[in-house]
Write a protein that binds this ligand. Structure first.
Ligand code: SAM
Length: 335
């Protein structure tokens, strides 16, 4: 049974989608996401798995219907399957519609079966190229063959996989048609994402930024794309590709702002609530969580934060302002 969320923001948007960054650590260092030499949070600052479970449960009681675990790399958090298993009770009780995760796939071979067993039905796997050497260079540390084995294990376990690809100028734009055919040939949907100015990285983001309007125009020279109303709860707008029979999603935070339909908030592994990926305002939920065994303080702090959810982000990638729009990396807030 679906209940209406009690979390309604000042713009009338009901919040029913929570993304939880369970760790800021990752076993890859994708060049557009992180600097090579990242400083991670000390382990003592992290919420325990029990605290994360309690926090998520309060959000579910308040109307969250979809929960996505992300990071950093969610599958490198120690004992992460304990949290997944605990959270899966909300699927069984019917108070949660979906429990899912976004992963780089490096640990998927090990965890796919257990994820499926916990009621996870679909996952997003991020891959920006199918060329092993390019994969190594974009992730700095990743091995494509391992990720491929992870995808096979996920398929064998019955998990539906969606491919997430960040569109990067001069890196993968020419490869995207082949990636699309590859994904659709395996029954996987694909989503392409515009690179967002989050956190200091080693390179220049203006060199990487590829507007998806341009990518779409290029794809339309080879494929017949038809807009469809398909939705997965996230911000992607989908087309159907006639030649492959598969779906392709566009996530366009830069060229087409999708904030008017924003239904989500994000919590970090330290219990900080971000009401918008693209704004600095945040609320500390760790203090109210730890201040009392009951959840009233926590629930009040969440309501207060939702009443401050901003209308939208204002990302700009500009050669003149070299600073990122938001100082924290995607790996902190969770992608
Ligand atoms: N480690 C997991 C993964 O690789 O999917 C989850 C976290 S990762 C931060 C989530 C997604 O954010 C990935 O698809 C990644 O490519 C994307 N991402 C990271 N930094 C980004 C940026 N600056 N702009 C757009 N997408 C970004």
């Amino acid at each position: 049974m679906s209940t209406v969320s009690s979390m309604i923001d000042p713009f009338g948007r009901a919040i029913d989608y929570l993304r939880v960054s369970v760790t800021d650590r990752c076993d890859f260092r994708c060049v557009y996401c992180m600097a090579e030499d990242m400083t991670f949070l000390p382990k003592r600052d992290l919420l325990s798995l029990e605290e994360l479970d309690r926090l998520c449960t309060v959000f579910i009681e308040k109307g969250v219907r979809r929960l996505r675990l992300t990071g950093g790399e969610p599958l490198v958090r120690k004992n992460i399957m304990h949290l997944v298993r605990e959270l899966s009770r909300h699927l069984k009780s019917g108070s949660l519609d979906e429990l899912t995760l976004t992963t780089n796939g490096s640990q998927l071979e090990r965890f796919a079966g257990e994820l499926a067993d916990c009621g996870v039905k679909r996952i997003n796997v991020s891959i920006d190229t199918l060329d092993p050497e390019k994969f190594r260079s974009i992730t700095r540390w990743g091995h494509l063959d391992r990720v491929m084995r992870g995808i096979e294990a996920a398929a064998a376990a019955g998990l539906k996989v969606k491919l997430n690809t960040v569109a990067l100028k001069g890196f993968n734009e020419a490869e995207i048609p082949a990636m699309l055919s590859w994904a659709h040939g395996r029954g996987m949907d694909m989503t392409v994402i515009e690179t967002m100015p989050l956190g200091e990285i080693d390179g220049d983001r203006t060199d990487q930024y590829l507007p998806l309007s341009q990518l779409r125009a290029d794809l339309e020279k080879r494929f017949t794309l038809t807009d469809i109303p398909y939705k997965t709860g996230g911000p992607a707008r989908y087309v159907e590709v006639a030649e492959t029979g598969g779906r392709l999603g566009f996530i366009t935070p830069m060229t087409h702002n999708f904030c008017e339909s924003c239904n989500r908030v994000r919590i970090t592994c330290t219990g900080t609530l971000f009401m918008c990926l693209g704004q600095e305002d945040a609320a500390d939920l760790r203090s109210p969580l730890r201040a009392s065994e009951g959840n009233d303080l926590l629930s009040g702090a969440i309501d207060e934060a939702i009443s401050r959810k901003p209308k939208g982000h204002d990302f700009v990638i500009d050669r003149r302002t070299r600073r990122p729009a938001v100082s924290r990396h995607m790996s902190v807030t969770g992608g």
